[in-house]
Ligand binder design. Structure first.
Ligand code: NAP
Ligand code: MG
Length: 497
């Protein structure tokens, strides 16, 4: 593995500004216990803050309710759009600052943060701004006796709780706040307890560009305290959750009595199918990027490779070489393309999976260890000879670990698709082939909400994103993602006989 220059001259080591809670337009200290924040590149503490407790959540939820019933309801759709566009501009103007803070708090390589993720957050806000003015009901024909005017009305759901994970904090905050606000909802956003930094800075911009108090409340804190309190609060009409399947299932139970609306974007174990006729150079690089990007902490990561046997050696060794060459290191070191994983707990968990794979008989063809660096690093890892009985294949690792399997007959799709779909998850899937008919047939039958052919990205804000089975339900992005923050009312008017 190549280690780039790890001497990083102008890197932040602590947070300059304290993390507070944004409740009803005011910045307040949390009432909960102190939570330490770390720099995953070094493992050192960068600051601490007091998290939200149930009392803070109660105030935030009531503020969101009052703003929904009051000032926010008087903002015309075009005014909501304008505020979101101003927020996007304000964020864009400070991208470097957001990137530095996110890299410090998560270990994401600074260059990637600056060039891709922070701009993606800007684009998500801008995209959703456009929907504020385009949410309509429609007139309906009815066949009842007499004369009728029948139509549907689309209304915002109300005050919504947005519960986010730590893997893409800024993007996730934008992806949840923007559609909710575009639809006319008010919001209580809970970032993950360990990654509240960029959401807090976004909150400053939200106040500055003129969102009314209570429209956006930002309440970092523990899932078991703040998250629970949001889910249980009677003033909250919907929860949009991204995170683990276990917590998603728990939220189904806790919201069952209130029948609060629930969208769940959960984990994944996404298959990558590489056929021998594919552009193999691109397939190899993309398969590697898909699993090593963000140190594998991506719900849609392509983590189960199925490669046609005739090219398996070439593809697996190609990905292993990519892994060995990938510049891993401090998020602020120039040239680094993969940073650490986010926490000591995650570090231990990922290494535990690799060890379990090794014990079960997997061949480690790249990585498989923690590099000798101060922070929470895991070497990009490729495991060969894996099968579905191994936990590395059946469970979501959420780390830079690719499992590989082979298939024989590219024209016998049934057994291949059975294996690809043999997962409790159904989030994303990737297919590499030049055969158009095969690509279409595979795309129709993969058991995943998102299919990508000959690409690893395709994450456009206009493309609905979401999974099946244990990957959850509901879509984010696209028209469907905004409509998820609305309720449809049907109105039938009898005009006369
Ligand atoms: P997690 O433990 O499920 O946490 C997600 C969020 O839920 C955090 O804000 C967490 O707060 C909160 N939470 C925890 N317990 C809660 C409870 N009892 N009630 C309400 N909220 C609660 O997941 P994570 O460890 O942060 O993230 C990794 C997982 O998220 C992976 O499984 C990954 O696949 C999934 N994920 C899915 C997507 C997608 O789009 N489908 C995207 C990203 C990540 P704390 O942080 O304070 O515990
Ligand atoms: Mg958690």
């Amino acid at each position: 593995m190549s280690h780039p220059d790890t001497s990083v001259p102008t890197r932040p080591t602590t947070l300059d500004d304290p993390i507070r809670l944004l409740i009803d337009g005011e910045w307040v200290e949390g009432s909960g216990a102190a939570i330490a924040l770390h720099d995953p590149s070094t493992g050192l503490v960068i600051g601490e803050y007091a998290g939200a407790d149930a009392h803070d959540i109660d105030r935030a939820a009531r503020a969101a309710r009052n703003a929904f019933d009051g000032p926010w309801s008087r903002f015309a759709p075009a005014e909501r759009a304008r505020l979101l566009l101003r927020l996007a501009d304000a964020l864009e103007a400070r991208i470097d600052e957001f990137a530095r803070l996110e890299s410090l708090n998560t270990g994401k390589p600074l260059e990637l943060m600056r060039r891709y993720e922070a701009p993606m957050a800007v684009e998500l806000i801008r995209y959703h701004a456009g929907w504020a003015t385009k949410l309509n009901g429609e007139t309906r024909q009815v066949s009842l006796p007499g004369e009728w005017h029948a139509f549907t009305l689309r209304r915002p759901i109300g005050a919504v709780g947005l519960i986010a994970p730590w893997n893409n904090p800024l993007v996730m905050a934008a992806a949840k706040l923007a559609p909710a606000l575009a639809a006319g909802c008010t919001t209580v956003l809970k970032p993950a307890e360990i990654t509240p930094v960029t959401a807090a800075l976004l909150g400053e911009l939200i106040v500055k560009v003129g969102f009314p108090p209570g429209a956006v409340n930002i309440v970092p804190g523990l899932g078991s305290i703040a998250g629970e309190a949001i889910a249980a609060h009677p003033a909250i009409d919907k929860i949009s959750f991204t995170g683990s399947t276990a917590v998603g299932q728990h939220l189904q139970r806790t919201t069952a009595s209130s029948l609060k609306r629930l969208s769940l974007e959960l984990g994944g174990k996404s298959p990558v199918l590489i056929f021998a006729d594919a552009d193999l150079d691109r397939a190899i690089e993309s398969a590697a990027r898909s699993i090593f990007n963000n140190s594998g902490q991506v719900c849609a990561a392509g983590s189960r490779l199925f490669v046609e046997r005739s090219v398996a050696d070439q593809v697996i060794s190609g990905i292993a070489e990519f892994a060995d060459r990938l510049p891993v290191g401090d998020a602020f070191a120039p040239g680094v393309l993969m940073g650490p994983v986010v926490s000591a707990a995650q570090h231990e968990r990922v290494l535990g999976f690799i060890e379990a794979g090794r014990t079960a008989g997997a061949d480690v063809v790249a990585g498989g260890h923690a590099p000798d660096l101060p922070g929470w690093f895991v070497a990009p890892t490729v495991l060969a000879g894996t099968d579905p009985t191994m936990s590395v294949v059946s469970e979501e690792i959420f780390g830079p670990v690719l499992t590989t399997q082979t298939f024989d007959d590219p024209d016998d799709l049934d057994p291949l698709l059975r294996r690809a779909n043999e997962s409790v998850y159904g989030l994303s899937s990737y297919v590499w082939t030049r055969d158009l008919s095969r690509a279409h047939r595979v795309a129709r039958r993969l058991g995943a909400g998102n299919v990508r052919v000959n690409t690893v990205t395709g994450m456009d804000p206009n493309m609905p994103f979401g999974g099946f089975k244990a990957s959850g339900y509901g879509k984010e992005n696209g028209r469907e993602g905004v409509e998820a923050y609305t309720e449809l009312v049907s109105v039938a008017m009898h005009l006369g006989d």
